[in-house]
Design a protein around this ligand. Structure first.
Ligand SMILES: [Zn+2]
Length: 259
């Protein structure tokens, strides 16, 4: 599933369309349009608007225009294709076969060029003026104090709290497992059980994970990643990793150094 880092790659890839004016809106898939608008309304609202900026909050990508804001969600298998080029050519998260039948939404611009969302499983979606107030602060930007408050209020397992997009936005399964691995914290600890020094350590680990894995090319490039298989050993200390479900997601963690 694309996480914060992949969506940021998409956002950067979309920068060349800033300043372009929409000439054609392809919205062939009713299901893919969220927020109660059907294809005719979306087409009429977006025709002729100019893209003024790209933005991102967590896993939500935004295209600002001189009219409405366009929200793009990529779900498990969504990809972004700008001017015919896939923004991530070897995305881990879905089939890379180029099948135009999977094109769920497209904008074509007056001076050429295009933005296409290709999504085999249709788990993503497009929404006008998405309610960003439903999202917590972006995981790459949240500062230590609000981060501590996000954890303090919850008896949920630490991992589940970190994946709750309404509390902190952008972290998915791989980024959370890697951050907890680096911070040396158990994913099963109640979020509110963390001491101040542990909160600081986790906040720093998330920042470092985003920076390092962003530089390496995505959420799937973590130090823990090669050990995400049954019976694998901790890359740090050689202990047999645990494989459990936390927050409904398969979780790999080390019972020796993650406490
Ligand atoms: Zn370990």
């Amino acid at each position: 599933m694309p996480e914060l880092l992949e969506i940021e790659t998409y956002r950067k890839a979309a920068e060349p369309i800033v300043g372009r004016t929409v000439a054609v809106v392809d919205a062939p898939d009713d299901w893919y349009l969220k927020g109660g608008l059907g294809p005719p309304e979306v087409v009429s609202v977006l025709l002729g608007v100019t893209i003024t900026a790209t933005a991102r909050i967590g896993k939500l990508m935004l295209l600002e225009t001189d009219g409405r804001t366009i929200g793009l969600r990529f779900g498990m298998t969504g990809r972004l294709i700008i001017n015919g080029d896939a923004a991530l050519s070897d995305l881990e998260y879905g089939s890379n076969r180029d099948n135009p039948a999977w094109d769920r939404f497209a904008l074509r611009f007056t001076d050429g060029g295009s933005l296409v969302m290709r999504d085999p499983r249709r788990l993503g979606g497009v929404e006008l003026d998405p309610n960003v107030a439903k999202l917590g602060p972006d995981a790459a930007l949240v500062t230590l104090k609000p981060f501590g408050l996000i954890l303090a209020g919850s008896g949920a397992p630490l991992k589940a709290r970190l994946m709750d997009q309404a509390r902190i936005a952008g972290l998915g399964n791989l980024l959370v497992d890697e951050s907890l691995f680096r911070a040396g914290l158990s994913p099963e600890r109640p979020a509110k059980s963390l001491r101040p020094d542990e909160i600081t350590r986790l906040h720093r680990a998330i920042r470092q994970t985003l920076k390092t894995l962003g530089g390496r090319g995505g959420s799937h490039t973590g130090d823990l990643q090669p050990a995400r298989m049954r019976g694998a050993l901790c890359p740090k200390d050689g202990e047999v990793l645990r494989r459990t479900k936390v927050g409904g997601r398969t979780t790999y963690w080390c019972p020796h150094h993650q406490r």
